[in-house]
Ligand binder design. Structure first.
Ligand code: NAI
Length: 453
């Protein structure tokens, strides 16, 4: 029986290992973490993260071939394949602060593997890491190797929060990078056999280590770039009377462009896009490629611009001040179907409004009040330092909003600012609201109150 151990029971480690366990009943999978509350939650009825379908998968195999434990060393020592899925946040101080990935957690995991291992291991990079990390990890593992053979593989995770289980069941591709030696190829094959239980062979791509590591950073940079590109267009649409939804549809019909990831919004969030692009920028700078670094930096700049543009729009439309005005924020996580608030654009929007002394009330069915308070008190990049602890989500019952009732109870003129282009703007205008939708033709009111970006 193959034994797998995964270090890090977070948004990636938990769901990924649960799916491996459910698809491979003959493999024993143990997910370990240094955070006891996290492991306790994985072993309870209220899992530490919310993902549609996750509860069912965990229930189907927990206690059979899927286990969650804080006994990190024991399970690492027993495993044949070790996935490392610890957090790799942006460094907040020292060399490369604000850009480089902080590999402290990774390094301590690698040192622990080296200390406790008594047999040969395949060590899989599941975390997103800078290209060439495997070389450093190899050095740590073999430094005091006691004759143990380690094979390092890069197997970046492409799941998206909110659709993690669906993505893991039917991945567009699985990517495995390894050393181009007979031992390296053997290790790649061993991991390939795990995925082959449910992923068609043609969707399992094998490459060299550096291509696999870099592909993850490149994929996130390309995805975020599409959002920043369409968001840049949304500003131009508002200035010209074009409608960004029509523009996206028209360009997305071009098969070379494609329709996905072209929705204008208040900006991207989440724990990965910004962090990984900053990391890419840093790697480019370290490799003497400032032009390439600046090119990707622009993706982040447009994202910041879009968030401040939104805040400016709110403030300018309400007579250039929101001081003392009541603002309800619906939704705080970085997108729907998740309770994850790391780098959510809502933080910047709320901070902007609070800065202008608005009275802000925030609601999200998957996020607790405590979490929101903590997020709003944090400095930039502090969100993953030290390890955050996602509280069990409240999962409030989702209900339809009665906009007529809301309108009746609001001061007039009543405004709705839609940061995701999800409301039925025409219907709401019918009720009497002034509605701002990103990148869409502006109401007469908003045209008269131009936002200063
Ligand atoms: P997370 O912060 O939710 O989970 C990481 C876990 O690792 C924490 O529970 C922490 O306690 C644990 N940990 C840290 N050091 C440890 C150690 N030495 N021993 C045992 N446990 C340790 O992070 P998340 O979101 O799961 O991300 C993990 C990695 O996967 C990151 O590199 C991230 O960039 C990458 N990734 C994240 C995706 C996402 O959607 N969240 C998607 C794809 C990749």
């Amino acid at each position: 029986m193959v034994k797998i151990c995964c270090i890090g029971a977070g948004y990636v480690g938990g769901p990924t290992m649960a799916v491996i366990a459910v698809k491979c009943p003959a493999i024993e999978v143990v997910v370990v973490d240094i955070s006891k509350p996290r492991i306790d939650a994985w072993n309870s009825d209220k899992l530490p993260i919310y993902e549609p379908g996750l509860d069912e998968v965990v229930k189907a195999c927990r206690g059979k071939n899927l286990f969650f434990s804080t006994d990190v060393e024991k399970h690492v020592a027993e495993a044949d394949i070790i996935f490392v899925s610890v957090n790799t946040p942006t460094k907040t101080r020292g060399l490369g602060a604000g850009k480089a990935a902080d590999l402290t957690y990774w390094e301590s995991a690698a040192r622990m593997i080296a200390d406790v291992s008594k047999s040969d291991k395949i060590v899989v990079e599941k975390s997103t890491v800078p290209v060439k990390t495997a070389e450093a990890i190899e050095k740590i593992l073999t430094h005091n190797s006691k004759g143990i053979n380690y094979q390092i593989l890069s197997n970046p995770e492409f799941l998206a929060e909110g659709t993690a289980i669906e993505d893991l069941f039917k991945p567009d591709r699985v990517l495995i990078g390894g050393r181009e030696t007979p031992e390296g190829r053997k290790a790649v094959q061993a991991l390939k056999e795990v995925y082959a239980h449910w992923v068609p062979e043609e969707n399992i791509i094998t490459t060299n280590l550096w291509s696999a590591e870099l592909s993850k950073l490149a994929a996130n940079a390309f995805l975020a770039q599409r959002i920043s590109s369409v968001n840049a267009m949304s500003a131009l649409c508002e200035a010209t009377g074009a409608n960004v939804s029509e523009v996206s549809y028209a360009i997305g019909k071009d098969s070379r462009i494609g329709p996905k990831f072209l929705n204008a919004s208040v900006g991207f969030g989440g724990s990965c896009f910004q962090k990984d692009i900053l990391n890419l920028v840093y790697i480019c700078e370290c490799n003497g490629l400032p032009e390439v670094a600046n090119y990707w930096k622009q993706v982040i700049k447009i994202n910041d611009y879009q968030k401040s543009r939104f805040v400016n729009r709110v403030v300018s439309s309400m007579f250039n001040t929101v001081s003392g005005k009541k603002v309800a924020i619906l939704g705080f996580a970085f997108k729907k179907d998740t309770g994850d608030t790391r780098e959510t654009p809502a933080i910047d929007v709320c901070k902007g409004l609070l800065g202008d002394k608005a009275h802000v009330s925030i609601y999200d069915p998957e996020v607790t009040e405590d979490q929101i308070q903590r997020d709003l008190a944090m400095n930039k990049f502090d969100w993953d330092h030290p390890m955050h602890l996602q509280p069990a989500s409240p999962s409030a019952i989702k209900q339809e909003l009665d906009y007529q009732k809301i309108f009746d109870n609001m001061q007039k003129p009543a405004f709705i600012f839609d940061g995701r282009n999800v409301v039925d703007a025409e219907k709401l205008r019918g009720i009497g609201f002034i509605v701002y939708s990103i990148g869409k033709p502006l109401d007469a009111w908003l045209k008269d109150m131009p936002a200063i970006a």
